[in-house]
Write a protein of this length. Structure first.
Length: 254
């Protein structure tokens, strides 16, 4: 076991002298090893410094390029796309309010009065928030025009964490699949819709749609769970007033 020796301590016995020699040798060996390691590291760095500097420069260029693209290209392009989408959005909103709906839904898709439609925004400004939102409007326009396959296509390309738009987009896909007589897919998307965000409007609406499709698919236990959830969790919703009769029918079939 090592013992502490004061500075300037002189060995008194032969054994102590031998111990000090061994300690000094071990210490010297450690420093020699460290020196050798440092020298090898330095040699490796000198030998590969061009590659290292090149890699650092490449990383810096990527970072600066990304920042430059975001600041000078992506942001202005995103703003421009939103401005270009204004008229198409107005066509869609007027159509949703029942003003010459079919023709206005078509104009919201294809444009009019020299302005872009949603399909142009998607094509010309891909990757921008405006193009993402245009997928939603295009999908809902196609749904209202009864072009259900295109409705599924465009709504599937839309993504959002918005507590209303997210569920409505998934519910719109469910509606399209119902019209295409693809009920398992419809049920899947109605379930995604009511799970996307829990609120007093979309959740009971898509729970009820999911329950109705589940009944058509003879998945009565699942339908009953959804109907009872409407009654217990959303008693003030419009849908809650419709579930008692359905619950009675489903329970009678179990």
């Amino acid at each position: 076991m090592a013992t502490y020796k004061k500075r300037g301590y002189k060995p008194k016995t032969k054994k102590e002298k031998e111990e000090i020699v061994e300690e000094n040798s071990a210490t010297a060996e450690v420093f020699n090893t460290l020196d050798e390691g440092a020298s090898k590291t330095e040699e490796w760095f000198v030998k590969n410094q061009n590659y290292i500097i090149g890699a650092i420069a490449a990383i810096a260029l990527v970072v600066l390029g990304y920042l430059g693209y975001s600041k000078f290209i992506a942001e202005p392009q995103g703003k421009e796309a939103m401005n270009e989408m204004y008229q198409a959005k107005k066509y869609f909103e007027d159509a949703a309010n029942g003003i010459s709906s079919d023709s206005l839904y078509t104009m919201s898709l294809n444009g009019g009065e020299g302005k872009y439609g949603m399909l142009d925004i998607i094509d010309q400004y891909g990757g921008t928030p405006a193009a993402n939102l245009a997928n939603y409007y295009a999908g809902m326009a196609y749904l209202n025009l009864k072009d259900y396959q295109n409705a599924v296509t465009y709504l599937s390309d839309f993504s959002s964490d918005d507590k209303m738009l997210g569920p409505i987009a998934k519910g719109g896909i469910g509606d399209a699949f119902v019209q295409l007589d693809q009920l398992p897919e419809a049920l899947e998307y109605y379930e995604k819709a009511f799970k996307a965000n829990v609120n007093e409007f979309t959740t009971p609406m898509y729970l009820l749609k999911a329950a109705r499709v589940a009944i058509d698919l003879d998945e009565n236990s699942k339908a009953l769970d959804y109907l009872k959830r409407i009654k217990s969790d959303f008693p003030d919703s419009t849908e809650a007033g419709q579930v008692d009769i359905l619950i009675g029918k489903v329970e009678a079939s179990l």
